[in-house]
Ligand binder design. Structure first.
Ligand SMILES: [Zn+2]
Length: 561
């Protein structure tokens, strides 16, 4: 009796889920919105995620382009951090779980390296979460392997489709993944969160013989499976975010180059080969610029790849995708509107910049994503400075002001799969330019950002780590400055009150302890003052109309009276 009622309830409920859940799951938590259960399951680093540490994945997937069908296995090697009998993995509801198996890996490795794990496990699914239950508690410190067999037609969703089964202009299959917002679990089973990156990974993708798969990492080789399919094997030898794990299946042509000891590999459709060879040459200048500021390319053993894709582009680790029309600017526009963007290919520079910030230095939660986007936008500015000089770098940076909205803070709530606003890019970069002006010593600034990168590469960090680093190294409490720019909506306003021969000044901000120097005065003779939230007075011979504030160096507003 109870069973039937439950069944009817489930049927009603699943009808409701069918019509609503895909759109719910596809969406991250919006501002001022209570997080949905699906977003809590996706966003929270709860007990069944925190009880283990990811060591290694092997994703082995077969892709049928005609049926838009996936069939494969993720084998996850985990170290238990706490004794527990359940872990959380994730897989989108559109995909079926065909079975979950496990075995101990250490200290008791499976005999003979059999591919089939010993014991089948029970599992339950809730929204995109896949809870796996073990027959007895796993032991803290021991290493286990859990294999999830899955299959189905993934649901295309989000900005770039998550996984999109397209055709190239000549009508051949062209299948690519880009799932940062939706989560990698839209196409393969994994522990789909940002805090815990797997340390290394093998990616095996089987595709019809006439197609190529380009994934992340080092190419190991291809194997003809004898049934019309070929398996392409790739090895990622560094920590990687789930959403960076990618496949690019197409009728690709390939050519190679290198810069010093960094292998560079390029992939484009045959019809676009000449254009691509010309445009992709910019990758070398990008590599030189970012190695100059931050140190060597972080994924040297895996190499750098640039791969043509049907969408604008994505920073997939060591396998950056490109769809910027083989033209400078961004989708053939002058991106910051000041005449500098047409000198370089925005997608090659921006998406590859993420190799340093986003892929090497990674945020531990989507709320802290400005660490990816604000920093990488700032890297564009550094690229311009490296290529065309400091004045153009500054001009390009200030071009971003027109894109800043100041409608809500850059850093939203943590742990609820919240989507930060676009200001994380533009205001983020302008904030870093402001911080450079606070340091007011380029040599020191470049040493600082290099040290920051070197300290946190291959780590997952939060905004607090960035604040703490700069405060400690600059020996002043910069937390109120970071908080004002990142966790409040309004820009700092420099209030100026003029009287005969002097000016009063203070910051109008939300942060009570906000102290930040700024350059002010006569245009040809700016001087540094350090306003607080209290009024101070300085003598000046410059009148109200001619009194300048260096708003190109500091992203602030000015109010004169
Ligand atoms: Zn980006």
């Amino acid at each position: 009796m109870k069973k039937t009622q439950t069944l009817i309830h489930l049927l009603k409920f699943s009808f409701f889920i069918l019509i609503t859940s895909f759109s719910l799951n596809a969406q991250r938590t919006a501002p001022n919105q209570e997080p949905s259960r699906a977003n809590i399951l996706r966003g929270e680093y709860g007990r069944y995620r925190a009880n283990n540490d990811l060591l290694y994945y092997h994703l082995d997937v077969r892709v049928d382009p005609d049926k838009k069908f996936l069939k494969g296995t993720t084998t996850a090697r985990i170290r238990m951090l706490k004794e527990d009998s359940r872990i959380q993995l994730d897989l989108h509801e559109a995909l079926k779980v065909d079975g979950v198996f496990y075995d101990e890996w250490e200290p008791k490795p499976r005999a003979g390296g059999t591919s089939r794990l010993r014991e089948e496990l029970k599992f339950t699914r809730e929204a995109g979460a896949l809870f796996v239950d073990f027959p007895q508690p796993l032991i803290a410190g021991h290493i286990y392997e859990v294999a999830v067999n899955y299959s189905g037609n993934p649901l295309e969703q989000g900005r770039f489709g998550g996984i999109a089964f397209k055709r190239d202009p000549a009508g051949r299959p062209w299948i690519n993944t880009a799932c940062e917002g939706e989560g990698a679990s839209v196409w393969w089973p994994n522990k789909d969160q940002w805090r815990d990156e797997v340390e290394s990974m093998k990616i095996s993708v089987s595709v019809p013989n006439d197609l190529v798969d380009v994934s992340n990492g080092k190419f190991l080789g291809k194997t003809d499976l004898g049934d019309g399919y070929t398996r392409w094997d790739w090895l990622v030898q560094y920590p990687i975010n789930n959403y960076n794990v990618s496949l690019n299946i197409g009728h690709y042509e390939h050519w190679s180059d290198r810069l010093g000891d960094v292998p560079m590999d390029f992939y484009a459709l045959p019809e676009d080969l000449e254009k691509a060879k010309k445009q992709f040459a910019q990758a070398k200048g990008m590599m030189e610029a970012f190695q100059h500021y931050f140190g060597e390319y972080p994924f040297k053993k895996d190499g750098y790849k640039l791969i043509q894709a049907p969408y604008s582009g994505m920073e997939h680790q060591s396998a950056v995708t490109y769809g910027n029309h083989f033209a400078n600017g961004y989708l053939e526009r002058d991106w910051t509107g000041v005449g500098i963007s047409p000198r370089f290919d925005f997608i090659i520079i921006h998406e590859s910049g993420h190799e340093w910030f986003g892929n090497a230095v990674s945020a531990a939660d989507p709320s802290d994503m400005w660490i990816h986007e604000g920093w990488t936008t700032y890297l564009e500015c550094l690229y311009v400075e490296y290529m065309f000089g400091k004045a153009d770098g500054l001009k390009y940076t200030n071009g971003y002001k027109s894109k800043v909205r100041n409608q809500r803070p850059i850093v939203p709530a943590r742990g609820i799969n919240a989507e930060p606003p676009q200001d994380m890019y533009f205001k983020g970069a302008l904030f870093l330019n402001t911080l450079r002006s606070v340091v007011n010593d380029d040599k020191k600034w470049f040493a600082l950002i290099r040290e920051f990168y070197q300290q946190f590469k291959y780590k997952n960090i939060m905004t607090e780590d960035v604040e703490e680093f700069f405060s400690r190294r600059m020996e002043k409490n910069l937390t109120p400055v970071f908080e004002q720019y990142l966790r409040h909506t309004a820009l700092p306003v420099l209030e100026l009150k003029f009287t005969d021969g002097s000016v009063q000044y203070r910051w109008k901000v939300d942060e009570k302890n906000f102290v930040m120097p700024v350059k002010v005065g006569a245009k040809t003779n700016l001087q540094i003052v350090t306003p607080t939230t209290e009024w101070q007075t300085m003598k000046t011979s410059v009148n109200k109309d001619n009194f300048e504030v260096a708003t190109d160096l500091y992203f602030v507003e000015v109010s004169k009276s």
